[in-house]
Design a protein around this ligand. Structure first.
Ligand code: ATP
Ligand code: MG
Length: 353
């Protein structure tokens, strides 16, 4: 498996360095044919090559099986004509990574405000309120006068059906329960298509039980009783907001891993941003990025049928769970180790499995 590694900004380089060590250890332990291709994107690439993502890098990524993208600080990427493309948005669009899979669960050893839970938010990644900014079809945010603005949300049956299918397939591998999250009472047409598409796909998965929730009520349900959820599928913006809530409920943003998956490529990415306030201090939690790497290996196992990758993926997740329970973690989740020492603790457990 070929993986392109792009460290990113802020806490990106330090958490990616540790993630690479874990991937290498997993490769040795499980005999994987893993090739890591190191490159740059974002600010570093803009300075060196005049673009945040060069055409050559896109080609490399397309040829590889997967991509690990570190968090990117994007606040000053404003002018796409000058090559200031937001790499995360760019890869999601150009590789058509339509499924943003964001697991959240509690860990023994991390204090939370809820009881134990284990759920996955499946967020549509390619349309809806923010994915359509600056597309050829026009800008979905329009300034009509200096004081009046309009925002448009495009929803298509095709995209709803494919995200629903990903969510049902995931539910089949888990506890076989899927919750649909929407605002159909107000957004009758767009969320009407979403719900209709989900119910049509449901016919292909008779073993999966399905329920649905209006997004505002969902916020209360997920705080009050997160254990009742298994897989949750929703449109882009609702999934963005809901998955930050579930990541925080699990104890720390630093635990939130994610996978952006398409038909041919996948990109592992921490669910949080570049956290510049704690960058360079060796205190950032690397588990979010390591979990994302484990998800990427698991995705490759399914696609290639090579079960060594699945074993490696599960072993990394088990090593993280064991480290957290033993207090071998960063301080945001109750430990006393730095980023590097936390990574070494994961490597040591992997070598012992
Ligand atoms: P960006 O503009 O890149 O999103 P940000 O300032 O919004 O950066 P986030 O990365 O979104 O910062 O994170 C919000 C806060 O959560 C950070 O200030 C940081 O304290 C905390 N945090 C995020 N990621 C981690 C992590 N991996 N380990 C520990 N704390 C984290
Ligand atoms: Mg942020």
């Amino acid at each position: 498996m070929k993986i392109v590694v792009l460290p990113g900004d802020g806490i990106g380089p330090e958490t990616m360095a540790v993630t690479v060590e874990v991937l290498q250890a997993a490769s040795v332990r499980f005999g994987l044919d893993l090739e890591l291709i190191h490159d740059i994107a974002g600010h570093e690439s803009l300075k060196k090559h005049g673009a945040t993502v060069t055409p050559a890098l896109l080609e490399k990524v397309k040829e590889a099986d997967g991509l690990m993208l570190g968090p990117m600080s994007t606040y000053d990427f404003k002018d796409e004509a000058k090559g200031e493309i937001n790499p995360s948005k760019f890869f999601r669009k150009s590789l058509d990574l339509f499924a943003n899979i964001r697991p959240s669960r509690t860990y023994t050893g991390v204090k939370t405000i809820t009881g134990p839970f284990d759920l996955v938010v499946v967020r549509e990644n390619t349309e809806g309120f923010y994915a359509d900014r600056n597309v050829e079809s026009g800008n979905s945010e329009i300034l009509v006068t200096p004081d009046v603005a309009i925002s448009l949300r495009r929803i298509t049956r095709e995209c709803c059906e494919r995200i629903a299918r990903s969510a049902f397939e995931l539910a089949m591998q888990r506890r076989k329960h899927l919750s649909l999250v929407h605002k159909h009472n107000v957004l009758k047409i767009t969320d009407g298509i979403f719900l209709d598409a989900c119910h049509r796909v449901a016919a292909e998965f008779p073993e999966v039980t399905v329920d649905d929730f209006i997004v505002d009520a969902m916020m209360a349900h997920v705080v009050r009783a997160p254990e009742r959820f298994d897989v949750i599928v929703t449109t882009n913006m609702f999934g963005d907001i809901l998955s930050d809530l579930t990541a925080e409920l699990s104890g720390s943003l630093g635990l939130g891993g994610s996978l952006n998956a398409g038909a041919h490529n996948a990109m592992g990415q921490a669910a949080h941003g570049s956290a510049p306030d704690i960058a360079g201090q060796d205190i950032a939690n690397p588990f979010s990025l390591i979990t994302s790497a484990a998800m990427l290996l698991g995705w490759h196992a399914q696609r290639s049928g090579n079960l060594s990758y699945l074993q490696a993926s599960r072993a990394i997740e088990d090593a993280i769970t064991a480290c957290i329970a033993a207090g071998e973690s960063t301080r945001d989740v109750g430990g006393a180790l730095g980023t590097q020492a936390t990574g070494k603790a994961v490597v040591k457990r992997l070598q012992q499995t």
